[in-house]
Design a protein around this ligand. Structure first.
Ligand code: GLU
Length: 500
């Protein structure tokens, strides 16, 4: 059997880490098995779907470098399958269930208006699985129309009476399946949402109908999705049974939790992929980290490229336990990936961020680009996020603000001694320059000794004067990129402030 999997988001929000994890596991599984990966937009809930979320999905896939293998032709490329473009198909299949007496017309009112309690379950949360679960467990339709004679129901429909189509859930017996990860799961049919709506009165399908029809007609072999969708499973399986279809294999992925054991949410930090992107995460770091959320690859290693993940991915290596999202660990991954980049490639990624911070033009001028190229090796070891670059290199592109005098003073030195130290430092820069790092550092050491202070007592005020901050890239290298000539007036300004 060939492997065919799909990622089937509802475009009702921004792509978040949990969604990307689901997409990635499906992607890795398909690629590792030489199978197909399909993208399907489940936009049956028209009121909650929005174009900007669709766009966000495309942007996310593009950024991450995921591609899908088939779909309707859109200008020579594969589009995703879009459920709202397939409504006629779902209608046809709902009708088939009616003809097979596995579904029935219900006239109790539209899913959104009439029987509030019944319909809370029926119209259930096309997209919100928790709500769906709640609805399924607590409330339900009273099956009033199930006993209407089919011929009579048909007449009422032909006469134009508004109606929905509901699935006949068996009144007794059980429904079970073997989850590839969680093992045997069984429900009493009496506990399954009584007779969910498949087709709403406006002819639109519910999530359940569209999801099952699509998984079947697209010959999906494995459904890998978040565990919050488990409550939908019996209902879907009963639908497969009603149609007489073989269901796909189901694999419900462990939840992604924050450090406190609660479902990962905004409270814990960034959750939308966009946030990670704009914060300066590298996509390879994010992919690597997300791939490890609840799955192991090879012992003793943390870093894997996407192609390594593809070749090592195994369904059997997915854990049952929930995955804990650790922002510190992700930060570590990001640092590793930043340091693994070639300086020229890194400089290419940093330039737009410096432009976004208003420090250089977009694209940078040749002179600005030369400075960025020279400065990149200095920050490469220090950046946690790419966006840190703006603060780290600000002093190269703008005049820094001199901190208040009190901040310039090293411990145990007064303003006069600090000014004297800075003046001595200035002289060394003039005499020796910063081209030879070892030589200038030795000269600073000797000078500190002569003044009876520590090396840091000379460097700290100099750093503040030249860069405006206490933490900068290595000082002499920074002055080298800036140019001694530009550094001197900054030092003079600090000396004047100390002597004022
Ligand atoms: N549309 C559902 C979602 O938003 C898909 C659930 C499934 O994969 O079956 O996650």
């Amino acid at each position: 059997m060939s492997v065919r999997v799909r990622y089937a988001p509802s475009p009702t929000g921004l792509q978040h880490i949990g969604g990307v994890r689901t997409a990635l596991f499906n992607y890795l599984f398909a690629r590792s098995m030489g199978g197909s990966f399909i993208l399907r937009l489940e936009d049956t809930d028209r009121s909650r779907s929005a174009d900007r979320y669709v766009q966000n999905l495309y942007d996310t896939f593009k950024w991450l470098g995921f591609y899908w293998d088939e779909g309707p032709d859109v200008g020579g490329a594969f589009g995703p399958y879009v459920q709202s473009e397939r409504f006629a198909l779902y209608k046809e299949y709902a009708q088939r269930l009616i003809d097979m007496d596995k579904a029935y017309y219900c006239f109790c009112g539209d899913a959104k208006t009439a029987d509030k309690l019944a319909n809370k379950a029926a119209d259930q949360a096309d997209d919100n699985a928790e709500e769906a679960a709640q609805a399924e467990s607590g409330y339900g339709y009273n099956r009033r129309c199930r006993s209407i004679d089919p011929a009579e129901a048909k007449r009422r429909v032909a006469a134009g009476e508004p109606h929905v189509i509901r699935l006949k859930i068996p009144l007794d017996g059980t429904t079970s399946f073997t989850d590839l990860l969680l093992g045997e799961i069984e429900w009493k049919n009496a506990d399954v949402n009584p007779d969910p709506v498949l087709l709403k009165s406006d002819g639109f399908p519910t999530y359940h109908l569209a999801n099952v029809v699509d998984d079947h007609t697209m010959q999906i072999s494995h459904v890998m999705r978040a565990q919050e969708w488990i409550p939908s499973a019996p209902l879907h399986l009963l639908m497969y049974q009603a149609f007489g279809w073989q269901p796909p294999k189901l694999c419900h992925l462990p939840m992604v939790l924050g450090q406190d054991g609660q479902k990962l949410s905004k409270r814990h930090g960034a959750t939308a992929v966009d946030e990670f992107r704009t914060k300066g995460y590298l996509k390879d770091a994010l992919i690597n980290y997300v791939a490890m959320l609840g799955c192991s690859y090879q012992d003793g290693r943390d870093l894997y490229s996407l192609s390594e993940l593809v070749s090592l991915f195994k369904l059997e290596h997915i854990n049952k336990a929930p995955a804990i999202f650790d922002y510190v660990k992700l930060e570590w991954f990001n640092g590793q990936y930043i340091r693994a980049l070639e300086p020229a490639a890194l400089a290419g990624l940093l330039a737009p961020l410096l432009a976004a911070a208003g420090l250089v033009q977009d694209p940078p001028t040749a002179a600005q680009r030369a400075i960025i190229d020279q400065a990149t090796p200095l920050v490469r070891e220090r950046l946690k996020y790419l966006t840190d670059v703006a603060e780290a290199l600000r002093f190269l592109f703008t005049e820094p603000v001199l901190p208040p005098v009190a901040e310039l003073l090293p411990k145990k030195l007064d303003a006069a001694a600090t000014a004297a130290g800075l003046a001595a430092a200035r002289q060394l820069l003039v005499d020796i320059g910063v081209d030879d790092h070892d030589r200038i550092e030795a000269a600073f050491r000797a000078q500190a000794e002569a003044l009876g202070c520590k090396l840091g007592d000379l460097l700290m005020p100099l750093r503040l004067a030249v860069t405006g901050t206490k933490v900068s890239p290595p000082l002499f290298e920074s002055i080298h990129v800036l140019g001694v000539a530009k550094a001197l007036p900054r030092i003079d300004k600090a000396i004047a402030a100390l002597r004022a």
